[in-house]
Ligand binder design. Structure first.
Ligand SMILES: NC(=O)c1ccc[n+]([C@@H]2O[C@H](COP(=O)([O-])OP(=O)(O)OC[C@H]3O[C@@H](n4cnc5c(N)ncnc54)[C@H](O)[C@@H]3O)[C@@H](O)[C@H]2O)c1
Ligand SMILES: N/C(=C\C=C\C=O)C(=O)O
Length: 502
């Protein structure tokens, strides 16, 4: 297990500063020109890594290695053989569980209890679900009549799109990177991954796993850096990239879509959200509170599917606000290794400044601060960490920036509503449409409201319950495309029809 020598709140010996390298054609390499950037832990601001910032020539080498791998053994094996290799990747991640756990926690500061139950297990599970998908999926076949009476047959085959650029965010680093890499590889593609500059370690570790299980060199590549005028932009503009899959902010997605337009490359975009939770008076109250606590505050609110707008039917509004306040004030902010910790820091001081700017904006817009709203008192050893208080507001108009703009922190605004039509209209009022949670014990209402909500994913009496075979993605400004199960094949393969004259 992890070294838990550090007692909660006690200063840790200065961590060993790691060199995090690019992974190109099966080798760990420094950046050409030797550029690096610092990675600091958000727990206390200590420097934990010097990361190789890929030069444009490094990205070019990675794309060329990925292209070459397509023409090698990787391009000749069957889907079933690829599936077996991806299962081996999943098993090797599980064998190295603590190493991935330590790296993910170091980069993000998230509680060990969270990363060990979500991030790392899903990193392995993503490879298994898509290995199973490609092993079991069928295509289509049509017999047709022809004028000469001999007839013809048609069958469809799936072929890889080629080299896929994968650009990932920092909130669930291994989970969200493998959510794209696994289907891309399962479909026979090769990948060049650009992890977030905030969370470089687990994507880098995965390179060693690929080598260990025998994935051919060049199939999986990792280049580190930032967005504009760095590895992110170099990758999206590289003519050797056949498709781009992106997870991140909506405005970044739009920039990447523009870059992909050169050369008419397809994009899959998983973007921002401002997700509603709708709580009816007939709900299972304790379940609604527990579920809304998770959807608002899990991962310090840094989950795209998370709730930042809560609508509660008026008869239980006051009771709900009081209960959520009580639970939120029981969250334990602390070091990741402490089993008692239930909320970690935000990813960085920069992101904390963004979240705190909304905490201030909420007050300026006239919000009632039910709980939180600032920086918590932390032990001296942690004072340089990116800590914020879990925060609850009421009293704002639906038009307030706090209620319409994505904050991506541990905060939510709670508003009362009176009718189903009213709350559906309010929930659908934004340009986002990623996820929603509906809490009711009325079966007809559950189906009726879920059908009317404009979101790619609606949970009823649950949140973040994930069957990986289901379609996943956002509507409106929250995404383009659906991934998950067979839906991923639509993006990661070219479907070809072969017509044979008999
Ligand atoms: N819909 C989903 O499934 C989903 C999942 C997780 C996070 N998100 C969203 O991601 C955001 C938080 O993540 P973030 O802050 O890392 O997002 P971000 O858009 O700032 O960065 C995401 C990635 O894009 C890269 N990037 C930035 N500018 C680029 C450019 N011009 N060209 C190429 N690459 C570029 C970044 O380096 C990073 O790797 C939130 O908006 C959240 O809602 C969405
Ligand atoms: N894409 C997924 C989760 C996204 C979480 C956003 O922060 C998933 O569960 O597959």
């Amino acid at each position: 297990m992890l070294d838990v020598a550090r007692k909660p709140g006690q200063p840790e010996q200065a961590p060993k500063v790691k060199d995090v390298l690019n992974f190109i054609d099966g080798h760990y390499l420094p950046a050409r020109g030797g550029r690096t950037f610092d990675k600091r832990t958000p727990v206390d601001g200590a420097l934990i890594a010097k990361v190789a910032e890929a030069a444009e020539a490094d990205v070019d080498a990675a794309v060329k290695a990925a292209r070459a791998a397509l023409d090698g053994p990787w391009g000749k094996i069957t889907p079933a053989e690829r599936g077996d290799l991806l299962y081996a990747v999943a098993n090797e991640i599980n064998k190295r569980f603590d190493q991935f756990l330590e790296a993910e926690v170091a980069d993000t500061g998230k509680p060990v209890s969270l990363a060990s139950h979500l991030d790392i297990p899903r990193g392995a599970a993503n490879f298994k679900v898509f290995a199973d998908t490609v092993k079991n999926v069928s295509t289509e076949f049509f017999e047709m009549a022809t004028p000469d009476g001999a007839g013809a047959i048609n069958y469809a085959v799936r072929r890889p799109v080629g080299v896929v650029g994968v650009i990932c965010p920092w909130n669930l680093p291994l989970l969200l990177m493998t959510w794209k890499v696994a289907p891309a590889m399962a479909c026979g593609n090769t990948v060049v991954v650009k992890p977030s500059e905030e969370t470089p370690q687990t994507a880098t570790l995965l390179g060693d796993v690929m080598n260990a299980v025998g994935i051919p060199k060049g199939v999986y590549n990792v280049v580190h850096g930032f967005g504009p005028n760095s590895a992110g932009e170099f990758l999206t503009r590289h003519p050797g990239v056949n498709a781009l899959t992106f997870t991140g902010e909506t405005r970044t997605g739009a920039v990447i879509m523009k870059a992909a337009a050169d050369g008419a490359r397809p994009v899959s975009l998983e973007m921002g959200g401002k997700n509603p939770a709708i709580v009816f008076a007939d709900c299972d109250f304790d379940a609604a509170i527990e579920g809304t606590m998770r959807s608002c505050f899990a991962n310090a609110g840094q989950v795209c599917l998370g709730t930042e707008r809560v609508y509660v039917e008026r008869p239980i509004f006051e009771k709900f606000v009081a209960a959520l306040k009580d639970k939120a004030e029981k969250l334990k902010l602390g070091v990741p290794e402490d089993k008692a910790t239930t909320m970690g820091p935000l990813i960085s001081l920069e992101h904390r400044n963004k979240v705190l700017s909304y905490y201030a904006k909420a007050v300026a817009e006239g919000a009632t601060v039910v709980s939180g709203g600032g920086i918590p008192k932390m032990p001296d050893a942690l004072k340089d960490g990116a800590w914020v208080q879990p925060t609850i507001w009421t009293g704002l108009a639906d038009s307030a920036a706090t209620v319409t703009e994505e904050i991506f922190g541990p905060c939510c605004h709670i508003a009362p509503f009176d009718t189903e039509d009213e709350v559906v209209k309010r929930a659908n009022a934004l340009d986002y449409g990623l996820a929603a949670a509906v809490w009711t014990t009325n079966l007809a209402r559950a189906h009726r409201v879920s059908s009317r909500i404009e979101a790619g994913i609606v949970w009823v009496n649950s949140w973040f319950l994930r069957d990986l075979r289901t379609p996943f993605g956002g509507m409106k400004q929250s995404g383009i495309g659906r991934e998950g199960g067979v839906h991923s094949l639509e993006f990661y393969t070219e479907l070809k029809n072969v017509c044979i004259k008999l």
